[in-house]
Design a protein around this ligand. Structure first.
Ligand code: SF4
Length: 208
């Protein structure tokens, strides 16, 4: 599955806010938003009036950057959200939140969604006891997400195992640090999703 491979700090600078795409580095003074708090490019410092369309587009791009999803798949998630009962924007965020790569990140197995995605695509993660390498797979209530037995012996997961006990997970998930596994207790509600996105603007973008 294709993914964005360009410089991710540019995406934060374009949004003018931290999107926390790089794990630990985002919490240090090395963060590009702190060092260069202006949009990227030669004309980054120019003041520009942003149109209504521009605002909607920016919000959609923000959500895409946060969850690391390319346009085609993002639109597909949006269409799925439209088909579900309830508010489309909320449905969209819930779909994005239940992606396997996001859940691996939320459980603390990875420092960023990019890293979580790599863990999944490289076959380190199993869903309900079966190896799953599809980052966009959606988890459901009762699903168990765990690290493959052979991967638990790797240096990376030994370090992760030592730090997991200190991490907190969203209330819709349950973490068993000793077993390097987690469970989906309930589908996430909008309040459970801390992502700083105005989903209504995204709905308006696609409703043009
Ligand atoms: Fe964004 Fe993190 Fe890069 Fe800072 S370090 S600009 S928060 S990705």
């Amino acid at each position: 599955m294709a993914r964005y491979t360009g410089p991710v700090c540019r995406l934060c600078r374009r949004q003018g806010m931290k999107l926390f795409l790089k794990g630990e580095r985002c919490f240090t003074p090395k963060c590009a938003v702190e060092r260069r708090p202006m949009p990227p490019g030669d004309h980054g410092q120019r003041r520009r009036k942003v149109s209504e369309y521009g605002e909607h587009l920016k919000e959609k791009q923000k959500a895409r950057a946060i969850y690391g999803v390319l346009e085609r798949q993002f639109r597909r998630h949006f269409q799925d959200a439209q088909r579900q009962a309830g508010a489309t924007g909320e449905n969209l965020l819930k779909l994005l939140e239940t992606r396997l790569d996001n859940v691996v990140y939320r459980l603390g197995f990875a420092d960023s969604r990019n890293q979580a995605r790599q863990l999944v695509t490289h076959g380190h993660i199993q869903l309900n006891g079966r190896r799953t390498d599809i980052a966009s797979a959606l988890v459901r209530q009762g699903d168990v997400i765990s690290v493959m037995p052979r991967s638990r012996e790797t240096e990376y997961f030994k370090v992760v195992g030592e730090t997991l006990a200190k991490k907190s997970v969203p209330r819709w998930l349950e973490l068993d640090p000793a077993a390097l596994s987690g469970r989906v207790l309930t589908p996430p509600s909008r309040e459970d999703i801390e992502t700083n996105v105005n989903e209504q603007l995204i709905v308006e973008f696609y409703s043009r």
